[in-house]
Design a protein around this ligand. Structure first.
Ligand code: CU
Length: 72
């Protein structure tokens, strides 16, 4: 399933890596795509959106919106 997060607080590639790693720590098989300019993080994962959101929160970033897409 593809889950899209709108994330606040990412300002550079370090933040992109931090968010990516936080998600990967939770699900090492997750595909993570971060668009720094828009703050959009697309995650391909079988994990529940809530758990992935919590991982992003714990990394110190704010998730303002979660959109779950259909399975690919
Ligand atoms: Cu940064």
């Amino acid at each position: 399933m593809t889950i899209e997060f709108q994330v606040e607080g990412m300002s550079c590639q370090h933040c992109v890596a931090a968010v990516t790693n936080a998600i990967r720590e939770h699900d090492e098989t997750a595909q993570v795509q971060v668009d720094l300019a828009s703050g959009r993080v697309a995650v391909e994962s079988a994990q529940p959106a809530d758990a992935l959101k919590a991982a992003i929160d714990e990394a110190g970033y704010t998730v303002t919106r979660v959109t779950s897409g259909s399975a690919r």
